[in-house]
Structure formats: structure tokens, C-alpha cells
Write a protein that binds this ligand. Sequence first.
Ligand SMILES: [Ca+2]
Ligand SMILES: [Ca+2]
Ligand SMILES: [Ca+2]
Length: 503
Amino acid sequence: MNASLTLRRLSRAFAVLLASVASGQTTHYVDVSACPTAGTGTELDPFCAIQSAIDAAQSGDLILVAPGDYTAFPNTVVDFSGKDVVVRSTHGPSQTKLSYGSPVVRFANGEQSGAVLEGFTVTRGGTHGIQISGASPTIRGNVITKNNGSAGGSGVRISAGASPLFEDNEVRSNSCAPPSGDGGGFYIENSSALLVRNQIVSNHVFADYGRSHGAGLFIRSSTVGLIGNLVAGNMATDEARNHGGGLYAFESTLDLQGNTFADNYAADADPFIGTPGTGGGMYLENSPTTISDSIYWGNLATDGTDIAAFGSTLGMAYTDLGVPLYGSTAITTGPGNLAVDPLLSASYRLTSSSPAIDVGDPAASAVSSIDGDIDPRVLDGDLDGAQRLDMGWDEYNPTTLAVVGTATPGGSLMFQVDAPPGWNFALAYSTGVQGIVAAPFGSILIDPSQLVLFGAGAVPGVTNVNIPGGPSLLGIEFHVQAFARNPGPKIGSFSRRVSLRVQ
Ligand SMILES: [Ca+2]
Ligand SMILES: [Ca+2]
Ligand SMILES: [Ca+2]
């Protein structure tokens, strides 16, 4: 074979390979309203079931799921089956539900971070809402709620060397009953996990005359990072001893940054027996832990109202701890700790006069570049002209942006910007997102190269936008951010980012 022919063949093979890489991602469509027709997964002939799409997919593919209620009772609704595919709802968790099944969603075949579950309500699981065994998927933007099991980890169970990432999920009102009675929200065992900007709220564990631990999170023999989470209103109740309303950890290593633990409860439900509940916010046993930039407030227990710790080492800095540590652990306190009422709102956010504003670690650029509201993280909340991290999951923003209406062709949207009296605002949208630090005003979170200004004036300001009728903008996503500042010294802030899709 002559050299030039070999070269031609090689280059042709290479071109084919490149084309397959470039177009390597196949998109599969799923729409429950197509049932009972099984479908072929094209946009015009979608699959009826999500599992059919996964069975047909290869790692790297995208599966888009239309609104509706997906169930496969009594079987698991979605088993990723070892494929690193993205399964994403087109209209978000409020319109797209995965329900029933034991568990509802499973990762148990070595899936990696490219396996993504995004934008679903996961509910009515008989054992667990999501089960992750020896896998490392990404779980983003879901509502995991009203899963009621008895096997440990009713919302989420993570075990067997798993290493998942949970980002921006709401894990709410899950309940774990006897015989386990551990881990209403999360149960994490022999694994590592990173949890960023989740709301772990109003979960419950209980066990008749047994013991129930970790209503929000139960952690054993694991390494866990919690960054920017809200852990609130979780309850461990029983007629015997209960540990850890918000979080229970045993023989684990924890790194806790920028979290708020509030109104969690570990107590004895039977006053006649009177055995104590310990560690309302957190219970740590033989678990080295570092805490920074956090709030522990209003938790409740017989002993160890906010934190109980035994045999652990605990380092704490820039943290508001309401009630002193209970237990046998030596605590190393760094600088910047407080013990004052953080003046939280009903949704556990900071209010304008909160002493937790701008008192986080001054060296920390941010525990995460945004907070759970998609406010820029690090803002000047006390209006002294210097931006600094707040304690807890919420960064206080003096500039607010609210949107009323729906983004539909022919529809209209009203954007409301507010800020301290006398400030002026500008309002802009972009089709891209960014994160550009613009001290002392926080960060620009929309792409400035695509930016369109569409409103300005004095606060409070209202800007109305009419969306053109017809299909031309259908499916377009745009991102809106306001900026407000006073007319004098450099005091002001970029608002949170609001993302809207015309549909
Ligand atoms: Ca701040
Ligand atoms: Ca400041
Ligand atoms: Ca905020």
C-alpha cells in the first residue's frame, strides 16, 4: 500500500471519527402523553417511558423529558443502568414528576458524574426516592419529597463507595419509619458526598421504642462536604433516644461551610419515659469536623440544643452558634464566632438588620460563587462599601429582583426592582450566563457580551415586557439581572439572576 493512500485512508477514518465525536451526543425525547405508543425517541415520535430512552441511549447522550407524571409502579421508574446520560425535564420539577417505585430512581452500576438527573420531582418512593450504590452521579435541581420508607434514607440513600454531587435540590418532607428510623432526608454510609446549595427541610425519622437518628442527614463511615445548604425543621422523634435532628454523624469526616441549621429537633416524644434526645442541630460521634461561616440557631433537644459532639475534634470559625457545644469534644474556636440571634426570616434568610451580614471569613472569596437564591456570593450587605461573605446559606442582597407573569409567546412579564431609598437601577438580559466579580458590587452573572439593557430609573422600579407572539422565540432561554447603587459613594449590588425560557 503506498504512503499517500494510507494517509488518505487514515485522514478519512479520522474525519469519520471526528464527525462521530462532534455529533456523538444523541438526543432522545420522552413524553408520557404519547403512551401507550412505545415510540422511537425522536422529537415527533417520543418514547412513552424514560427507561426506554435509557435502554436505547449510550453514555454521553441527552434525554429530554416532557411534563407529566412518570411512574412504573411497582418497578423503579428510572434506572441509569451504568450509562452516563443526562436525563433532564424540559419544564422543571413543578411540572414533571417521577413517582412510586422502590426506589424511584437508581444508580447502582458504577455511573460517573456524567450521569445527571435534573429538574424532576421525585416522590412516593417505597424505600428511597433516589438510591445511589457504588456510583457517582450528579443530582441537580430536583425536588425530592414525600418519600416514606423504613430502610434508612427515605429521600436519598448513598452507600457502597458512592461519591455523588447534589446541587440545588430541595429535599423536603421525607419520612423514615421503623425498623430503620434513620435518615429521613439523606442516609450516607461508606461513601463520600458533596452537597452544595440544597434545602434539606422538614424531614422526619421515628422508631417505636428503638432509636432514630439524623432526620435531615444520617452519616456513617463517610466523608461529607456540605457547602451553602439550609438544614431546617427536621425532626427526630421516638419513645427512646434520638440523636441529630438536622444531622447525625458517626465515625465520619465532615467539612461544613456556609450552612444554616435552624429549627431542627431531636427529642423524646414520650414524656413518661423521658429518655433524652441529643443534638438538635447536629450530633457528632468520633467524627472530626470543621465548621465555618455557618449559623446554628433555634434548634431544640433535651441535651445539646444546637450541637452535641462526643469523641470528635471540632474546629469552628466565623460561625454563629446559639447555644454552647454539649458533650466531650474539645472545640478549637477560630476567629469571628458569635452567639447572637441572626434575625432570620420565616424562610431562614437573613433580614436587613441581621448581625450575620458581612461577618463571614474576610479571606474567603466565597463558599460558593452564588447562594441558593442565585444571588452573587460575596456582596456588601451592610452598605459600608466593602463586600464580605455572610454567615449561613443565604447571602443578603440589598437589591431585589422579582418577576411576575409567564414567559409565553404573546405573554407579558413584569420585572420589579427594589433597593434602599434613593438608589438607581438598571435592568438587563442576556442569552448567556457568566460569573465576573465586580467588587464592591458582587458579580455579573449574565454574559456581558450579549447584554441588552431594557430598564432603568429610580427604585422601586417596574419594567413591563411584552413577548412577541408566534413561534420565533420558542425555546429561547434568557437570563435577567438588575444592578442598583446609590448616587454617591460606591455602594450597591448586582441582584440575583433570574432565568426564563419562552415556552
Ligand atoms: Ca455579605
Ligand atoms: Ca460591607
Ligand atoms: Ca440571598
